[in-house]
Design a protein around this ligand. Sequence first.
Ligand code: GLN
Ligand code: ZN
Length: 756
Amino acid sequence: MQYSIVGFPRIGINRELKWVTEKYFRHEIDARALVNETSALRAGQWKIQQAAGNAFIPSNDYSLYDGMLDTAFMLDAVPERYKDLHADDTGTYFAMARGYQGRFGDVRAFAMKKWFNTNYHYIVPELDDDMQVRLRSDAFLDGFRQAARLGIETKPVIIGPFTFLKLARCTGSKTATDFADDILHAYGSILEACNTNGVRWLQVDEPFLAMDLTDDDVAFFNRLYSQLLTGKGHVKVLLQTYFGDVRDCYRDICALPFDGIGLDFIEGKQTAGLIAEHGFPADKVLFAGLINGKNIWRSNYADVLKTLRQLKAINPQVVLSTSCSLLHVPYTVRNETKLSDDIRRHFAFAYEKLDELREICRLADLPDYTGDPAFTANQALHQGTLRTDADVRARTASLTDDDFHRAVPRKERQALQHRLLRLPPLPTTTIGSFPQTAAVKNNRARFRRGEISEAEYRANAKAFIKDCIELQEKIGLDVLVHGEFERNDMVEFFGENLTGYVFTDHAWVQSYGTRGLKPPIIFGDIKRGKSITTDYIAYANSLTDKDVKGMLTGPVTILNWSFPREDIPAEEMMNQIGLAIRDEVMELEKAGIRIIQIDEAALREKLPLRRADWHKDYLDFAIKAFRLCAAKVKPETQIHTHMCYSEFEDIIPEIDAMDADVITFEASRSKLAILDALEANHFETETGPGVYDIHSPRVPDTAEIETAIKAMLEHIPQQKLWINPDCGLKTRGMPETIASLNHLVEATRHIRASLT
Ligand code: GLN
Ligand code: ZN
């Protein structure tokens, strides 16, 4: 039995890619040095894989910034505005990635989007009408050649033409299919180059096949590959799919002359069923993605070995593989020296996954593996009780329908709240955080380093709160916030205060380009051990006659931005977190907080890729988990929520069913389309679509905000409209924040004066 991986992390075990690229950005090294250092980095990674016995070591899975951007560059899909800079290749490439402002011009970067259902962001290529797509160079083989010189055979990896065209943005009147002939020609040249250079296997990634496909999509895919694979020469082509199953085109891909097909058995719920029903062609190698490429837990060897045996009975040519690229997991558990062995042995990051793959191959070749020590040790790992908390389980098990429902219907609650809170029409507020100034960050850093005591740290945080309340009163906002100065990140902060979470020191995962994330890990059952925010928020509330809105992160977002467990269902985890947040909500209410916001910034982004899965696999229990947090408050306590994207036109009834009293969300001008949809769906929740964009330092003027409010009033009744920026202000500077909020309040006052 042999194994393969779809791809390896790129950033380097100590984030070398980040440090060297940033040096290049600061002009401390030139493009040549950048290339040299990054080739050393990848050579090191191949050697590790070689030592671990990987039979299909990938090359060209690395990138200086992003794989989609590399593909655009390889295909010469470089818009004129970047060519006009007359920079060298590396300069042009990074101008597309990050924009360029300087002597040679001023161009904005390409857009960035989430890569399917991951937290990785890709660069969205642009296809202009006059663009001539062609293979610009065979640089995609640089790695293959470099590795060959080291005596290591690799499998070059490229993003396939179908996924590339489906994700690229056509800027003119042409559509993706109009580029098909040029693309086919370019990919034909890729196959040719592979043949000339002696490539044995080429991996072509087509993750878009895991999406819902129309008949036209499938026809287009067939057209592309039936032409491309005709006369492909000696090179073997592996069609690699991931992030789900390929139910809409399984029989099509089996019928095409691919030499190998890579399927995802982890997220692909129908993968095994498709093979059982339709078989698997005898003339192809099946790359069975049985090791989770996205999560960090040790695999269950018994399950993997059982599936391998079943697959081998159908087709002896099976190669064990990962479900997707290991790009989405950190490098190694070995560096997490602060974690106890009891905890650490449950984790498999990229290096440990190589060990698992090798070990499972060895076991699969044994006549009987059940007595093998590696096998028995693995089974023991999956039977422990270390991660279970009986109290927490008893609490989630005893939840009843009442736990998910507020007793009084929303309309009555809203009337009560209006009488009690006595807010003016079009109440003004913010989303929660205020600028994280150097002083604010310094306070946290010094506390973390042990330079100041907890008492000093908290006293400093309270001083920031006091200033923040004074500032908001001076600006004239109606509902105030404490400013979130105690938080590094809206999920990490809660994770650190909940039992059951584990934190790593070096477990970075690429988010985009040079940016990494270190997601916290849900290790055991979650509970709130102690009060988290009440002290700060009650303090803020004591400083003013206005209402201070309590600020919490909701269970769906906390789960979506963590590494989740695999031994219990997502619904159970969400309910556990929901109950912990509920404890905090009840405590805030008791402390006199009359408005509480539970942020669900990440609710939309983890919607399953396939529509058929939206409800049963996600929305049904995600919406309930949110309701769980707020179900027990008094009817007069006003519950807010906030979401970062307004791209929820498709799930408006579900958002309304969260049963919040107020929702605020991102709706910069282009996205005001959401307002039509809210109106059409008779949205009941009071609404604050952001009146200006906080993702840029630009200060909106009063007239501009007035125009936005007027547009909103055409769709949202005045009794239901809130006025706020579109997200938290923590990444902004103080001067622009003050100016923008002053304009927001002034614009609101003008409009109020004209209301009847
Ligand atoms: N309350 C958070 C803040 O203001 C919300 C952040 C977010 O939506 N991403 O920072
Ligand atoms: Zn937001």
